[in-house]
Design a protein around this ligand. Structure first.
Ligand SMILES: *Cc1c(COP(=O)(O)O)cnc(C)c1O
Length: 486
């Protein structure tokens, strides 16, 4: 890194330098006076950086080189399924027939796009075992929200809307679950987990009842463990008149191996941007379709994309619908990518995705177990959770170890989540990583565990090799400096 590449573009700037050359203006210059309100007319030129085209190019290329992404290195961020996004998906999403159509075009002129969406719904039905799908929700959290609105509508139609006010949620759940239930106006009842990390059936029996609207579960759960009692849990909730919701963010562990429908769920959301390999991170766009059992179909968002003879149509004739949850057809481009991914993998390929994801996670877990506390030693699914308590006692906590991983060129795992594990390190390698990459990561984690014993101070001050060293996160959040001062 030399001085030039570390400079801000404002520091590189010199008055009068330009990255463009436009032809001379041959039309009359028009004054804004009388057209734009006076207080909105700029009195002096904007203070934009003035640089040459080459300086501009270098600035942004160097900036992007400082970014860490899936395509620069291993990204084992638990729960987020940071798998490789094949480039063929990108090519297909950019086909002009998909990229240049307008969502308000009449269905007669967009039959191909509607066919793709219809087929994607069919694939998601096959994967989940459910009967109907809406592609509208733009993210996992919006899928959760859509499904809980369906539950609410179902209870209201049954005259139970006033009494069924409670949603049961395990203490290992992702934060979006209680947030979703709260936003839908439900009361949240937390269910304790057993010592082995799965939901306690006894704790469930104590709280389930006529006021239960439903239960939100993740399977495999956020500890990467398959809920052994899932069928019994679903029976208990159903017997009490409640509905079962599956947070499907962990579907990467069960493709072709198990289905939310057979587990007893009534609705599930998918994170196409996780499981079905469309790029994510940085806030979107995503896609969080919901799949439901037949009895919930009438409440799904409209319009439904349906097939009549050999034509694809938009059907809004569902009087009990919860209405629209997103403009047009959801995030269409994300849906195209997921479709391309599913088509290129095929059913056998998708099953192998999950088998390899599970194998990779268990391999890494086996290599790290001797060096880190492993609160849940049983065989895991696509991810697992370690605890940094042993190292914390030596003077280096989980945050220190996560920061140190950056020095080795790895993205850090998810840390301090799930909340029920002290000093949690949640690791999800995904199926797309080679054994050599997993080994290099394991070697780094083992070295870090040794550093915690020999020289914890080195960890406390990490990272040492990144362009920006350890930040004071509180000050950065409370008093951010976001403006360059000369
Ligand atoms: C990612 C995730 C969500 C939320 O999905 P978004 O698409 O980020 O809104 C919900 N639950 C679990 C378990 C997740 O991993």
């Amino acid at each position: 890194m030399n001085k030039l590449t570390d400079q801000l573009i404002f520091e590189v700037s010199r008055p009068g330098r330009r990255a463009y050359s436009l032809p001379t203006n041959d039309v009359e210059t028009v004054s804004l006076e009388g057209i734009v309100p006076t207080h909105l007319i700029r009195q002096k030129a904007a203070e934009l950086p003035e640089v040459s085209e080459l300086q501009l190019m270098r600035h942004y290329t160097n900036l992007s080189n400082k970014n860490f992404g899936l395509e620069t290195g291993f990204y084992p961020l638990g729960s987020c399924t940071m798998k490789y996004n094949p480039k063929v998906n990108e090519d297909i999403a950019r086909y002009s027939g998909f990229a240049n159509i307008h969502p308000l075009q009449s269905p007669e002129t967009t039959q191909g796009a509607l066919e793709l969406l219809y087929d994607l719904q069919e694939y998601l039905k096959a994967v989940s075992g459910m009967d109907a799908v809406s592609l509208q929700p733009a993210a996992g959290a919006q899928g959760e929200w859509t499904a809980l609105l369906l539950f609410k509508q179902y209870h209201e139609q049954n005259g139970d809307g006033q009494t069924r006010r409670k949603i049961l949620i395990p203490d290992s759940a992702h934060g979006t679950n209680p947030a979703t239930a709260a936003i839908c106006g439900f009361e949240i009842v937390e269910i304790k987990s057993n010592e082995d990390g799965t939901v306690s059936v006894d704790a469930l029996k104590e709280v389930v009842g006529p006021d239960t609207a439903g239960m939100m579960m993740t399977n495999p759960n956020t500890l990467g463990l398959f809920e052994q009692n899932i069928k019994q849990i679903a029976e208990i909730v159903h017997e009490a008149g409640g509905l079962m919701y599956c947070d499907g963010a962990n579907s990467n562990a069960i493709l072709g191996l198990s289905q939310p429908s057979t587990m007893g769920f009534d609705a599930v959301h998918f994170n196409l941007h996780k499981t079905f390999s469309t790029p994510h991170g940085g806030g979107g766009p995503g896609s969080g379709p919901v799949a439901v059992k037949e009895f919930l179909r009438p409440y799904l968002p409209v319009p439904h994309i349906e097939k009549e003879d050999d034509k694809y149509v938009l059907n809004s004739n569902y009087p009990q619908t919860i209405g629209r949850v997103k403009g047009y057809f959801g995030n269409f481009g994300v849906n195209v990518r997921a479709y391309a991914y599913i088509r290129s993998m095929g059913p056998d390929g998708l099953r192998q995705v999950s088998e390899d994801a599970i194998l990779n996670a268990n391999y890494l877990k086996a290599r790290l177990e001797p060096y880190y506390d492993t609160p849940y030693p049983q065989v895991c699914k696509h991810e697992f959770v370690l605890s940094g308590t042993r190292q914390k006692k030596l003077g280096a906590n989980t945050k220190d170890m996560a920061k140190r991983l950056l020095d080795y060129g790895f993205y850090a795992p998810t840390v301090y989540f799930p909340l029920i594990v002290a000093e949690a390190l949640m690791i999800e390698p995904t199926e797309t990583e080679a054994k050599e990459t997993l080994d290099a990561f394991a070697d780094a984690m083992i070295e870090i565990a040794q550093t915690a014993e020999e020289n914890p101070a080195l960890l406390n001050e990490a990272p040492h090799s990144t362009p920006v060293k350890r930040l004071d996160e509180t000050t950065a959040a409370r008093k951010p400096i976001v403006k360059f001062e000369r």
